[in-house]
Design a protein around this ligand. Sequence first.
Ligand code: ADP
Ligand code: MG
Length: 233
Amino acid sequence: MAINVQIVAVEVNMHALDVHELYRFFHIGDDETAALRGVSLHVAPGEIVAVTGPSGSGKSTLLHCVTGLDEPDGGHVEVAGARLTRRPEAVRARLRAVNFGILLQSGNLFPHLTVSQNIRLQMLLAKVFDSKRMIILLDSVGLAHRAAAFPTELSGGEMARAGLAVALAADPPILVADEPTAEVDRETEMRLIEHFEARRRAGFAMLLATHSEALAARADRIVELKDGRVDSG
Ligand code: ADP
Ligand code: MG
């Protein structure tokens, strides 16, 4: 009996992220879109899990629900063993701040702050400001030369990488990123993949929605979505 209890405790700790049977429906007039239809997955510390699937298959909806930015209509999410779903916004916000770095498909940067100011703000909020680390971070996303640029002065790919630097600024245990290598050239993509692999070796977890075969190929697992379901075949 005592042994069973111990095994359960180890399993809970092994998962940075546990996603159970998520459902999410959207309604526009009488039209219903079932964006997620029973999606489950887990990510352990030191794992990269890729979420793939065609446009409209539910990837972004999944990432919003996983990080508590959106509430699923069914199912639940646990982060580091703590329930995130159907908790008050203040609780979700705290769990989010402690556990996640989040890159969404847009809206990751404050438009009136430069790239380095955006990163600095994120570091200050997390009380981990370190100018050396900021330089290393800018370099690892290939934006050292764009530190003083405002978001409107960036290309789509640069904007995504600046958002990624902001998401990584506080060194979060779990990175959740929507298309982190969208609109970047192959060389930059390889550099980002190397950065993700270094984080994996350091024991960090990553859940990455991606269209990139190169990135998916380096993942520990691929969750392929099709019409809101995990496509198992
Ligand atoms: P993906 O990221 O894989 O392209 P999304 O998660 O963005 O897919 O979308 C999944 C489905 O849900 C699509 O049919 C999309 O139109 C719909 N959808 C997503 N968000 C909303 C919303 N806020 N309101 C209505 N429909 C939405
Ligand atoms: Mg999307």
